[in-house]
Structure formats: structure tokens, C-alpha cells
Design a protein around this ligand. Structure first.
Ligand SMILES: *[C@@H]1O[C@H](CO)[C@@H](O)[C@H](O)[C@H]1NC(C)=O
Ligand SMILES: *[C@@H]1O[C@H](CO)[C@@H](O)[C@H](O)[C@H]1NC(C)=O
Ligand SMILES: *[C@@H]1O[C@H](CO)[C@@H](O)[C@H](O)[C@H]1NC(C)=O
Ligand SMILES: *[C@@H]1O[C@H](CO)[C@@H](O)[C@H](O)[C@H]1NC(C)=O
Ligand SMILES: *[C@@H]1O[C@H](CO)[C@@H](O)[C@H](O)[C@H]1NC(C)=O
Ligand SMILES: *[C@@H]1O[C@H](CO)[C@@H](O)[C@H](O)[C@H]1NC(C)=O
Ligand SMILES: *[C@@H]1O[C@H](CO)[C@@H](O)[C@H](O)[C@H]1NC(C)=O
Ligand SMILES: *[C@@H]1O[C@H](CO)[C@@H](O)[C@H](O)[C@H]1NC(C)=O
Ligand SMILES: *[C@@H]1O[C@H](CO)[C@@H](O)[C@H](O)[C@H]1NC(C)=O
Ligand SMILES: *[C@@H]1O[C@H](CO)[C@@H](O)[C@H](O)[C@H]1NC(C)=O
Ligand SMILES: *[C@@H]1O[C@H](CO)[C@@H](O)[C@H](O)[C@H]1NC(C)=O
Ligand SMILES: *[C@@H]1O[C@H](CO)[C@@H](O)[C@H](O)[C@H]1NC(C)=O
Length: 751
């Protein structure tokens, strides 16, 4: 009995002593780590001897006080990671030191028992993968992404317990060493995207990776035929995007759900087998050609795909007829191809199609009718084709869920049907650049959710319907280049959220009402928000002498800005662009207190410029050129602190130039030429820096840049004409606030 008790006591003491030693040595290890690491922010300040290790920043312990994890993410640590100081901690399973500035690692060949290692987002350059994999054989999750690694292991191999490897966003070059994957039976996730890998992917490279679910090789320079997955029974996501693969053959895809082949050089047939579980297929930007179904060995899409939801095949060279989609499909993008003919059966019965993009093809004739069976459509974009015929009268009863209808740049004829009001979900209606005639139906006011109404560049006549005043969601009203007549209806004063009001180049008459110049507070609780899926471009002609000066809004999707720039719509004149990127949150629209752009130019407005115009706090662009305006330039214009563009040319304005114009510090473009202004050009701020063309054609005006005031009898100095704007004042920061409400100019492009 005694002996027994004694034995128990000894055991207890031994355990206590052993335990204590262990803790001490763990503490020592961490202190030695701390002493070896560069810690400029003293982030490890509570790592101190004599305190409880388990309370130290970033340290996690087991219930008996052994260190199991070290989490040192984003602490600005730098230098060499002193891994050797802690690698032998017997219970350490997790080390995470992402988002620091480590450039290398000190590692000893002793064993380690780490299971999770996260060193992503550092500055590692050295080649330590080999030794790491040999030393820490139990690692299951390895994240070395966003570093500057140059090599994958040449002789090492990922162990058979490895589950997840992320080496993306490094500088790894050369070809993928096949030996790296010889033991990969547990591997489920592999990402080596955004490196500089070259060469082909051998057919058997991943043959042992029988658990592989997700593989990304995207954004490298991999070439040749990809056939590396002959035997995969587990793969769910495959991303080969942005390489130079020339062909892709899929033989076996029992589990595949996402396949991204975009931005390669692929041609020919891709699908010889059915891929019943595929949900997303991206074939964008390849060299696929011929009839669409040739990619699928001439079988119908519904045969090959049972679950496909998203199909992107834009930017290829497809010709012929539009395909019939499988009933499961929700998104189809076939923009930027050479499709020429419609297909009345694009949508089968019970189609789920919500978004149909057919932008910039060669579709001609009444192809709009082809979409009329797609009863669930929310987005229809057939812009930049040669669609002809009228907008179907029954469109809205057949497509009652439409939110965005974009048909700009076609040859649609006839008038806008009054039944358009039945598209009550409509947020965007873009029918610009067509041959539409007739009047704007007053029923259009039924579109209570409409934010963007773009009808410019048609042959629409009649008056602007007063009913538009009841469309309280309206943010952009763009009616330029039509044959509209009459005055601006006073009901428009109710459109308090209107930010772009462009009615240039019509036959509008009457006085410019003062309420346009309102500045109203938007009530916070009235703020709605809409996220638009597409890119928006605001364009201004800067060569008013070549083209009529006017503003235009373009909505781009399916095509990219590069494509757009090749189109006559864009290249007719030099313009500034401002872009709101896709997914842009337009809450900002409701937060402005006044319009951002007003263009009433090239009409027959009479009377004076209302004093109230000076109240538009957010106004960037004011264009009243080519009207019959009389009276003075109101000095309140000087209050428009955000004004960047002011054109009052070709009117009958008769006054001094108010000194207050010099207060508009952001003014980049000024044109008050061809009026009856008189007196001296104020020599203040940038007013004196504008060229002669800004002021010419006002016989009573003098002073630099015009003639000295003494020589008033000859105010024309045509020899200065070529000082015209040109590049000098072209500044891409203009309009930064137009759509974005941000003034960083990042989305601006100066073409
Ligand atoms: C550390 O990294 C951050 C972000 O990765 C970087 O902004 C910073 O300049 C780096 N500091 C040093 C000293 O390299
Ligand atoms: C690896 O870390 C990066 C952050 O640097 C993160 O974005 C990525 O999702 C991580 N990878 C995995 C597989 O968790
Ligand atoms: C690693 O760190 C990154 C960034 O802190 C984080 O996104 C990721 O989830 C972490 N874990 C893994 C396993 O990559
Ligand atoms: C791919 O190769 C081309 C031409 O050799 C090179 O310009 C490009 O930078 C490479 N891309 C990557 C991601 O390495
Ligand atoms: C494939 O990778 C690229 C980046 O390399 C990424 O932009 C794209 O979204 C990925 N595709 C999918 C389907 O996740
Ligand atoms: C892609 O293919 C086209 C012709 O099909 C060829 O002109 C081009 O050089 C290829 N691009 C690359 C990067 O191999
Ligand atoms: C391909 O399309 C899919 C689905 O729209 C998208 O998630 C993916 O990001 C696209 N790939 C690239 C490289 O843009
Ligand atoms: C598909 O049909 C076209 C004729 O319509 C034919 O030229 C082509 O060889 C067929 N492709 C396959 C893979 O059967
Ligand atoms: C428009 O909607 C109304 C009521 O919702 C309906 O009575 C009418 O028939 C519809 N008209 C058309 C042409 O779809
Ligand atoms: C429609 O517009 C195109 C160019 O915009 C023009 O060539 C064509 O003559 C117009 N058609 C009609 C019927 O006005
Ligand atoms: C838009 O902004 C609102 C409010 O700030 C936010 O709740 C919403 O998530 C944003 N939407 C997107 C797509 O960013
Ligand atoms: C604007 O300009 C006028 C005339 O030059 C000046 O009197 C006034 O103080 C200025 N106002 C502001 C706010 O700068």
C-alpha cells in the first residue's frame, strides 16, 4: 500500500516537473522567436518571461497549457522568420504569419508537427519549399500565396496528407514539375494561379490526385492541349483562364461544376461528352468559330448540360444562328461574336433565363422577337447590332420581369409603344441611337422604378410629356438629338433626384425655368439604392468646332471599353469619359443635392439664364450653347464651385463677364464665344488662361487673350485661332464627380 502511494506520488512529481519543464521550454522558444524577429511596432510587447504564455498575443494553448497555435497576421513583422525557434514545439499545429514583411525563413532540418502554415502576403523570395516539405511532413494546409517565390520544389513532393496548397500570386516560373504531385492522394485544393508557369500540362500530371476538387492554373503562360484530367472523379472547379492553351478536351466530367477556359487560344470542339453537373462555363475570349453548336459536337445544349446556369462565350468568332438554351440556364453572354440570325426558340418552355447579352454581333432584322419567349428575363441587351422593325407591342406582357432593357445602336423603327408602361420593374431603358419616331408616350410614367431613361439620337418628336414629372426614381433623363418640341414641362420640377438632364439638339423653345437650378436636400429615409451591373460612360465632345458639343451617356456590357473605342459612337470626336464600373453602388446618386450635368444646348430657348442656376452645388457640366438666350451672365454662376465645364456660346448674352467666374477653381473648359458680351476679360484666376476661342465673337470684349482694350475697334484676332484647346486643357480629372461622386479620376479615360 505504502509502496503504491509512494509510487503514485513519485509519478505525480515527475509529471509536474516534466510539465513545468515543457512549459518553460515552450516559453523559452517563444522568447527566442521574439528576440530574432524584426518587430518595428513592438507588436509582441506582452511576450515576457514570468507571465502566462497562453495569454501572449497570438498564442493559443491546449487545455493543459501547451502551445498549439501561433497567429501573427498583419503585425508588420519583417526580416527572416525564425521558424527554427518554434518548429519543434511538439503540440504546435498552426502557424499563421500572413500579411507581414518577411523576406525569408530560418528553418532547421529537425522535424516539426505543423498542420496548418499560412505565410501568405509577405515578401518571401527564397526557395524553402523543398526543405519545408521534407521537415514538416504533416502539413495539411499550406498558404504561400502573394509572395515573391520563384520556384516550386524541383525534387520535393507534397506529402500524402496535404489537403490544400495555395501558391498563387508569386513569380514561379518554368514548367510545373510533375514529380511535385506524385503523392497527392489527399489533395483537394490547389491554386497556382498568377505565376509565370510555361509549357504544357501532361495528361497524367494529376493522375494520383484522386481527391482533387478545385484546381486553378489561371493567369500563367501554359500552352498546348489541356487533357490533364482524363481520370478525375472528384473535380468540381477547374480554372484554366488566361493562359495560351490551344485546345481543351473533356472526356470525363462526372462532378465538374465550374469550368473557366476564358482568355486562351482555344478552338475546335470542347465537349464530346455530357457534363451533367456543370453549372458555370466560361469560354470568353478564345478562338472558337463556326456555328455555336460545333463546340458541343453538334449536340444541343440541353443534351450536354442538365444543370448549366451561367454560360459566357463572348469575344469569339461564332457565326450563324443563336442557340436554344437549356431550361436551367440563367445567364447567357454571346456578345462580341458574328451571330447573324435569331432563333424564335432561344428560350425553351419553362426557361429560367434571366440575363441575355447579345451585344455587338451582326444580328439583323426582327431578332428582338426571338427573346419574347424568355418570360423570366430581367436583363436584355442587344445593343450594337442591326436590329430592325418596331419594339413589339406585347413585349412587356411577355417579359414582365424586365429590369434592364438595352437596345442602343440598332435600326429599330416605329414609336415607343404605350404598353412599355407594363414593364413595371424596369430600372434602365436605353433605346439611344436607333431610328425611333413618334412621340414619347405619356404612359411611360408608369415606370415608377426607372432610374435611367436614355432615348437620345432618334427621331422622336412631340413634347416632353409632363407625366415624366411623376417618375420619382428617375436619375438620368437623356433625350438629346431628337426632334422634341415645346417647352420644358413644369412638372419636371418634381424629379428631385435628377442628376443628368440632357436634352440638347432638339427644337425645344420657351424660357429656361428657374427650378432646374434647385438644390434640394435628399431625405435620408427616401434613399433607395440600385446596383447597376454594367459599366457607364459619360462622354463629352471637346471639339465643338468639329462636332456639335453635346453630352452622351453610354452603357457598356458584353463589350469592353477597348471595343467601344473602335466604334463610330466613340471615335466621332475626342471626348472625356467617366466610368462607373459594373457593380457600382448608385446610392451616391441620391446623395447629391443638385444635378451634375445639364445640357440644353442646340435648341431655341429664349429669355435669360436664371439666377437660381448658381444654386446647383454639385453641377459639373453646364451647356446652354446655341440657343437664343439674352440678358446677362448671372454673377451667381460663380457659386458653382464644382463646375468644370461651362459652355454659353452662340447666344445673345449681353453683359460684362462677371468677376465671380474667377471663383470657379475647377473650371477646365470655358466657352462664352459668339455672344454680345462686352468690357474687359477679368484677369483673375484661370480666366486669363483660356484661349482666344473661349471669348471670340464678342465684338465688345477686350483684354488678354483678346486684343488690348485700347484697340476695341478691332477685337477679332483670328490669327490666334489655332490656340484652340487641343491637349492643353484636356484633363482627365474633369467630371470625376459625374457618376462616381468621387474625385480621384481613377475611372477616367482620356481618349
Ligand atoms: C510591409 O508590407 C506592407 C504591405 O504589404 C507595405 O505597405 C510596407 O511598405 C512594407 N514595409 C516594409 C518595411 O517593407
Ligand atoms: C491564402 O491567403 C490569401 C491571403 O493572402 C487568401 O486570399 C486566400 O484565400 C488563402 N488561400 C486559402 C486556400 O485559404
Ligand atoms: C491565411 O491568411 C489569409 C489572410 O489572413 C486568410 O485569408 C486565410 O483564410 C488564412 N488561412 C489559410 C488556410 O489560407
Ligand atoms: C507570357 O508570355 C508573354 C510573351 O512571352 C509575356 O509577355 C507575358 O508577360 C507572359 N505572361 C505571364 C503571366 O508570365
Ligand atoms: C479564374 O481565375 C481568374 C484569375 O486568375 C479569376 O479572375 C476568375 O474569376 C476565376 N474564375 C472563376 C470561375 O472563379
Ligand atoms: C493565339 O492563336 C493565334 C492564331 O490562332 C496566334 O496568332 C497567336 O499568336 C496565338 N497567341 C499565342 C500567345 O500563342
Ligand atoms: C468567367 O465567367 C464566370 C461566370 O460569369 C466568372 O465568374 C469568371 O470570373 C469569369 N472569368 C474571368 C477570367 O473573368
Ligand atoms: C457539325 O456539323 C457540321 C455541319 O453542320 C459539320 O461540318 C461538322 O463536321 C460537325 N461537327 C461534328 C463534330 O460532328
Ligand atoms: C398591361 O397591363 C394591364 C394591367 O396590368 C393589362 O390589363 C393590359 O392588358 C396590359 N397590356 C398589355 C398590352 O400588355
Ligand atoms: C436608320 O438609321 C440608319 C443609320 O442610323 C440609316 O442609315 C437608315 O437610313 C435609317 N432608316 C430609316 C428608315 O430612317
Ligand atoms: C450599397 O450600399 C449600401 C449602403 O451603403 C449597402 O448596404 C449595400 O450592401 C451596397 N451594395 C453593394 C453591392 O455594395
Ligand atoms: C467670388 O468673386 C467675387 C468677385 O470677384 C468676390 O467678391 C467674392 O468674394 C468671391 N466669393 C467667394 C466665395 O470666393
Amino acid at each position: 500500500m505504502e509502496l503504491c502511494r509512494l509510487f503514485a506520488l513519485v509519478l505525480l512529481v515527475v509529471r509536474l516537473v516534466f510539465h513545468g519543464d515543457a512549459e518553460d521550454s515552450e516559453l523559452e522558444a517563444l522568447l527566442s522567436f521574439k528576440n530574432s524577429v524584426d518587430d518595428p511596432l513592438v507588436a509582441l510587447n506582452n511576450w515576457k518571461a514570468g507571465t502566462d504564455v497562453c495569454q501572449w498575443i497570438g498564442v493559443s494553448c491546449s487545455s493543459v497549457g501547451r502551445i498549439t497555435g501561433i497567429q501573427l497576421d498583419s503585425l508588420s513583422l519583417s526580416g527572416l522568420l525564425p521558424f527554427s525557434t518554434i518548429q519543434t514545439l511538439p503540440q504546435l499545429r498552426t502557424l499563421s504569419a500572413s500579411g507581414n514583411n518577411f523576406t525569408g525563413i530560418k528553418i532547421s532540418p529537425q522535424k516539426c508537427s505543423l498542420e496548418v502554415l499560412n505565410l501568405s502576403s509577405n515578401d518571401f523570395t527564397s526557395h524553402f519549399l523543398d526543405i519545408l516539405l521534407v521537415t514538416c511532413k504533416d502539413i495539411r494546409q499550406l498558404n504561400l500565396s502573394h509572395n515573391k517565390l520563384r520556384k516550386i520544389s524541383l525534387k520535393g513532393t507534397i506529402g500524402h496528407v496535404m489537403v490544400s496548397v495555395d501558391l498563387s500570386h508569386n513569380r514561379i516560373s518554368g514548367s510545373i514539375p510533375a514529380s511535385f504531385f506524385t503523392l497527392c492522394k489527399s489533395l483537394r485544393f490547389l491554386d497556382v494561379s498568377s505565376n509565370q508557369l510555361v509549357g504544357g500540362v501532361p495528361e497524367d500530371m494529376f493522375i494520383n490526385c484522386r481527391s482533387l476538387q478545385e484546381l486553378s492554373l489561371s493567369s500563367n503562360n501554359l500552352t498546348g492541349e489541356f487533357s490533364g484530367l482524363r481520370s478525375s472523379n472528384s473535380l468540381q472547379k477547374l480554372n484554366l483562364s488566361t493562359n495560351v492553351f490551344t485546345s481543351f478536351q473533356i472526356e470525363h466530367c462526372p462532378t465538374l461544376e465550374e469550368l473557366d477556359l476564358s482568355f486562351n487560344n482555344i478552338s475546335g470542339t470542347v465537349f464530346r461528352k455530357d457534363c451533367g453537373s456543370l453549372k458555370m462555363l466560361n469560354l470568353s475570349d478564345n478562338h472558337l468559330s463556326g456555328p455555336f453548336l460545333s463546340v458541343f459536337a453538334n449536340r444541343t445544349l440541353a443534351t450536354v448540360f442538365k444543370s448549366l446556369k451561367v454560360l459566357q462565350a463572348d469575344h469569339n468568332n461564332f457565326i450563324g444562328e443563336l442557340p436554344t438554351v437549356p431550361p436551367s440556364l440563367e445567364v447567357l453572354d454571346l456578345s462580341c461574336n458574328f451571330f447573324s440570325t435569331g432563333n424564335p426558340n432561344i428560350c425553351p418552355a419553362r426557361s429560367s433565363l434571366k440575363s441575355l447579352l447579345l451585344v455587338y454581333n451582326r444580328l439583323h432584322g426582327r431578332v428582338l422577337n426571338s427573346a419574347m419567349n424568355c418570360g423570366n428575363l430581367e436583363m436584355l441587351d442587344m445593343s450594337i447590332n442591326s436590329l430592325a422593325g418596331p419594339i413589339p407591342v406585347d413585349m412587356c406582357s411577355r417579359l414582365p420581369k424586365l429590369q434592364h432593357l438595352l437596345l442602343w445602336g440598332n435600326n429599330l423603327e416605329g414609336s415607343i409603344p404605350a404598353t412599355i408602361s407594363n414593364c413595371s420593374e424596369l430600372v434602365t431603358l436605353n433605346l439611344s441611337f436607333n431610328n425611333l419616331t413618334g412621340v414619347i408616350p405619356q404612359q411611360i410614367s408608369g415606370l415608377k422604378k426607372l432610374w435611367l431613361l436614355l432615348l437620345s439620337n432618334n427621331m422622336i418628336s412631340g413634347a416632353i410629356p409632363a407625366s415624366i414629372g411623376s417618375m420619382l426614381s428617375l436619375r438620368s433623363l437623356v433625350l438629346g438629338h431628337n426632334m422634341l418640341q415645346g417647352g420644358l414641362p413644369s412638372e419636371l420640377r418634381n424629379n428631385k433626384g435628377l442628376t443628368l438632364f440632357l436634352v440638347n439638339d432638339n427644337q425645344l423653345t420657351g424660357q429656361i425655368p428657374s427650378w432646374i437650378g434647385r438644390s434640394s436636400e435628399v431625405e435620408e429615409d427616401k434613399i433607395t439604392e440600385v446596383t447597376f451591373p454594367f459599366l457607364m460612360v459619360f462622354a463629352i465632345n471637346i471639339e465643338a468646332s468639329i462636332c456639335k458639343a453635346y453630352e452622351e451617356v453610354f452603357i457598356l456590357q458584353g463589350i469592353r471599353l477597348d471595343d467601344f473605342e473602335q466604334l463610330p459612337f466613340a471615335t466621332r470626336c475626342r471626348r472625356w469619359f467617366f466610368l462607373a464600373p459594373p457593380g457600382f453602388n448608385l446610392t451616391i446618386y441620391s446623395l447629391v443635392n443638385s444635378p451634375l450635368a445639364i445640357d440644353l444646348s442646340h435648341n431655341s430657348f429664349t429669355g435669360t439664364i436664371p439666377e437660381e442656376f448658381g444654386g446647383m452645388r454639385d453641377l459639373n457640366v453646364l451647356n446652354l450653347a446655341h440657343n437664343l438666350l439674352t440678358g446677362a451672365i448671372p454673377s451667381t454662376i460663380g457659386n458653382l464651385k464644382n463646375l468644370e465645364w461651362l459652355d454659353l456660346s452662340q447666344n445673345w448674352l449681353e453683359s460684362h463677364i462677371p468677376d465671380s467666374l474667377g471663383n470657379i477653381t475647377f473650371l477646365k473648359y470655358l466657352n462664352i464665344s459668339n455672344n454680345k458680351l462686352f468690357g474687359r476679360v477679368p484677369q483673375i484666376a484661370q480666366l486669363a488662361l483660356f484661349p482666344v476661342s473661349s471669348y471670340e465673337g464678342n465684338p465688345g470684349l477686350c483684354g488678354f487673350p483678346l486684343a488690348e482694350c485700347a484697340s476695341l475697334h478691332n477685337p477679332f484676332h483670328d490669327d490666334h485661332k489655332d490656340e484652340n484647346d487641343g491637349d492643353g486643357h484636356g484633363d482627365q480629372t474633369i467630371l470625376a464627380a459625374i457618376v462616381g461622386g468621387v474625385r480621384d479620376g481613377r475611372h477616367c479615360l482620356h481618349v
